[in-house]
Write a protein that binds this ligand. Structure first.
Ligand SMILES: NC(=O)c1ccc[n+]([C@@H]2O[C@H](COP(=O)([O-])OP(=O)(O)OC[C@H]3O[C@@H](n4cnc5c(N)ncnc54)[C@H](O)[C@@H]3O)[C@@H](O)[C@H]2O)c1
Length: 311
């Protein structure tokens, strides 16, 4: 299979590429502008079935110039401006990501790509009106630019399918963590703070809940969709259903790392910090062969990796 992964120098994209190249019948082209990603997340150099392109996916000219002669079977479109603070502070930059979505779709349409996989987000659900959040029945309350782009992106995928028969699968990722993740995200931030005995900082009183999916479960589910032709022209939540408050998470990480850190409460974020978030993952579970990794186990694996990097 010839596969293009955008955002492939990031946490989820990089982990996906590392897995895809293990199959030597795959060739993986990786595109990233290195805004939040980095080259050390790319697959190991011992694999010769991948190539990296430093490209801004939102730049139509640059994108087409570099990739027009390629014939991809599949595309994973994972590039996006991410991180709560970054997306709140740069709404125009975030909204511009719709260009990358259109570039990928136009490419897919003109080059007979078999299917495009799109990383949407739990953010499309907005403030929770029902828990757990279900793909087909929970209303989408997206208001913030990041969520609006993901929601509009989903509509674009449906539109290209309707008018051009381009196949898609939309993944609504819920908080996903792992050793390649940047400090923008809460688990990595807390682990790094705990390992250096710094205060762990929480926005608000920490009663807001989240679920956290270890990266390996995300990758297993998405690769299964690819290989077994699952969920074509469909949407699925990819996450964990083990709900925990941010305060409990901080306490758990302090316990696991045997840290002397204290917990400090900062003023609540003015917007964008949902009170509760928990997916219905029955669709995801229907294709998984093993039980998901527990939060404790995933945190331990992340701590071991971060420790071995000397962080
Ligand atoms: N990690 C999560 O919990 C989570 C949750 C919901 C959705 N997502 C989505 O999953 C995808 C991957 O997120 P991640 O957590 O791995 O974040 P990440 O920052 O590690 O990965 C995003 C990658 O995209 C690259 N990128 C950004 N804009 C680009 C552009 N214009 N052109 C080329 N490359 C660009 C970045 O450099 C980075 O490597 C994103 O689309 C994100 O919105 C992630």
């Amino acid at each position: 299979m010839k596969i293009l992964v955008t955002g492939g120098a990031g946490n989820i994209g990089g982990s996906l590429c590392r897995e895809l190249v293990k199959d030597n019948t795959n060739f993986v082209d990786i595109v990233d502008n290195l805004s939040t990603g980095s080259r050390d997340k790319l697959p190991a150099s011992e694999f010769d079935n991948w190539k990296f392109y430093e490209i801004d996916i939102n730049d139509e000219y640059e994108f087409n110039k570099s990739l027009e002669t390629k014939n991809y079977d599949y595309i994973f479109h994972y590039a996006a401006v991410v991180g709560v603070n970054r997306t709140l502070e740069n709404p125009k930059l975030v909204l511009n990501d719709i260009e990358g979505i259109k570039n990928v779709l136009n490419y897919g349409k003109s080059n007979n790509v078999k299917r495009i996989f799109f990383s949407s987000s739990s953010e499309v659900y907005g403030e929770p009106v029902e828990i757990p959040q279900k793909e087909n029945t929970t209303p989408l309350n997206s208001k913030l630019p990041y969520a609006v782009v993901k929601n509009l992106g989903e509509s674009y995928f449906r539109a290209y399918n309707q008018e051009d028969n381009l196949k898609y699968t939309i993944f609504r990722f819920f908080n996903t963590y792992g050793p390649l993740q940047s400090e923008d995200f809460v688990i990595t931030k807390f682990i790094k703070q705990a390992l250096s005995n710094q205060d762990l900082t929480i926005y608000g009183d920490g009663s807001q809940t989240r679920t956290f999916c270890f990266i390996d479960d995300n990758i297993k589910a998405t690769i299964k969709c690819l290989k077994d032709n699952q969920f074509i022209n469909d949407v699925l939540n990819i996450g964990s259903d083990q709900e925990i408050s941010i305060l409990e998470l901080a306490e758990l990480i302090i316990r696991i790392t045997e840290s002397n850190s204290n917990i400090i409460f900062l003023p609540a974020l003015p917007e964008g910090d949902m009170t509760r978030r928990k997916p219905d993952i029955s669709k995801m579970k229907s294709i998984m062969e093993e039980e998901p990794i527990s939060l404790e186990e995933g945190i331990l694996k992340s701590v071991e990796k971060l420790n071995s990097k000397g962080t």
